[in-house]
Design a protein around this ligand. Structure first.
Ligand code: G3I
Length: 455
């Protein structure tokens, strides 16, 4: 009986390379051209974003890092973090000149030791501002603002890829005016420019961002920010990026001009980042909104990354709105699958529907004594976690080799049941394929496929 060789494929890229090289060697030894490897999509948010030249980050709270599921979800899925509260003024300089970096350091260390980027949030903001700052006179306030920026940025110099230098300095509504704050009220409009200049001097390698909410579409507030950025660029005030917080809910949905708005800022010569994304809701509607945000970012070449404002719904700042990608038990929600799919990745997720799959056959190389076949397995409208299908050959044909799958055989040796090698997860509509060599033994008939079963 012919020897059957199955070449195991592990799910990640390194293993795929091994597979392709192994297969190439096998076929080269037989004097034939190697098949190209089956493209396998990235299966985590960070990896999928990285393949698009972006990061995919999350806000992180230091006090949850000790929770195993929290940390493992963070470590598996994300490649950038933003401390949710730990770098804010009240956390790092609760009294004047007295800096406390411990909680934020834990996040930065956690990220750095795992190769994740860190966004700094935030240096100058009217909220979470200790009361002593508001009590200062003008000259003292100016000195305190610049010292705060310098001290904090110097502490993490070289470790922060982007800083929200100034956060939420504009009013909501149609006025386009600056928001009242100790900085605005005492230092005037120039405080934003001064903060950026001080920040550039403190850590020249960090990207310096202006960050705000309700600026996600073209409106009076985003127009005001746009005009400020345009003015900064024209006058050489150092600004590298604009952050769009993108907190959405039923009353504030993803604007239809979201992409156009990102693009007009990018056209000013700054990067744009989605910095605090969360979308209240559930199911398909929430998933579609998330998908639209991701697609908009991918369509804007200067949209360099997306950060969601938390990992699990249970720790969201608005937990009752279930706005995140993982539920309270760290299960992937349909929104997760939508984001991963929009990023071009593929993996298991909470599609919610019935698992199904379909199979197609195509003949590949053919020689006088044998031919290679390929079966493509495509998930239906829901994500699947595994699949099974059969390939039946006509005696005296025999299957002599397989790849990209784990075969079992019936007693006749003519019916091969194929299952995934390792992780069989496919996102909705995503495909994978396996291959095999049929020894003709005088018969060139095409193999017959059974139906595909998914779970
Ligand atoms: O840590 C204390 C805890 O010791 C205390 O017992 C408890 C009692 O209220 O408060 C805890 O602090 C809370 C902190 O979150 C940590 O959970 C604060 O009260 C609470 O105000 C704070 O809320 C944060 C909020 O910013 C403050 O404005 C949210 O976590 C944080 O997600 C949110 O993030 C902001 C961005 O920085 C800027 N854009 C909007 C976004 C959402 O509001």
């Amino acid at each position: 009986m012919a020897t059957r060789t199955s070449i195991r494929k592990a799910p990640r890229r390194t293993a795929r390379t091994t597979l392709v090289l192994g297969l190439a060697g096998l076929l080269a030894a037989a004097g034939v051209t190697a098949l190209s490897g089956t493209a396998q999509a990235a299966s985590t948010l960070g990896a999928a974003a990285a393949e698009k030249g972006r990061y995919f980050g999350t806000a992180v709270a230091a006090n949850h890092l000790g929770e195993a599921a929290y940390a493992s979800t963070l470590n598996t899925e994300f490649n950038s973090v933003t401390p949710e509260n730990e770098m804010k003024w009240d956390a790092v300089e609760p009294s004047r000149g007295s800096f406390t970096y411990g909680a934020a350091d834990r996040i930065v260390d956690h990220a750095q030791s795992r190769g994740m980027k860190v966004r700094g949030h935030t240096l100058v903001w009217h909220s979470q501002l200790p009361s002593w700052v508001g009590s200062l006179g003008t000259a003292d306030l100016r000195a305190a603002m610049n010292n705060h920026i310098t001290q904090v940025m110097t502490h993490w110099k070289g470790k922060i890829h982007s800083w929200d230098v100034v956060n939420e300095a504009f009013q909501d509504g149609s006025s386009g005016a600056r928001r009242s704050s100790p900085f605005q009220d005492k230092l005037g409009n120039g405080f934003i420019e001064e903060a950026f200049r001080t920040a550039r001097a403190a850590d020249p390698a960090a990207k310096l961002c202006y960050n705000d909410y309700n600026t996600d579409g073209v409106n009076a507030k985003s127009n005001a920010v746009y005009n400020m950025v345009r003015d900064f660029k024209a006058r050489g005030v150092p600004i590298d990026c604009v952050g769009f917080q993108s907190h959405f809910n039923s009353a504030l949905s993803v604007p239809s001009d979201y992409q156009a708005n990102l693009q007009r800022f990018a056209d000013l010569g700054v990067d744009v980042q989605i910095t605090e994304l969360d979308i209240e809701g559930s199911g398909t509607a929430q998933a579609n909104s998330y998908s639209n945000v991701v697609k908009a970012c991918l369509a804007v070449s200067r949209c360099t990354g997306i950060t969601v404002w938390g990992i699990t719904d249970k720790y969201s700042w608005r937990a009752s709105g279930t706005p995140l990608l993982f539920d309270g038990n760290y299960n992937k929600k349909p929104a997760y699958t939508a984001v991963l799919t929009a990023l071009g990745g593929s993996g298991s997720g909470g599609g919610g529907g019935t698992a199904s799959c379909s199979v197609t056959y195509s003949k590949q190389e053919e020689w006088s004594d044998r031919f290679n076949g390929r079966v493509t397995v495509t998930a239906g409208s829901s994500a699947i976690t595994s699949w099974t299908t059969t390939v039946t050959v006509t005696p005296p044909q025999k299957i002599s080799a397989t790849w990209n799958g784990t075969p079992t055989w019936d007693s006749s040796g003519n019916v091969m049941t194929m299952r995934p090698n390792g992780n069989g997860s496919l996102a909705a509509g995503a495909s994978t394929s396996f291959g095999f060599t049929v020894m003709k033994n005088g018969n060139s008939a095409a193999p017959v496929l059974g139906s595909c079963t998914a779970s």
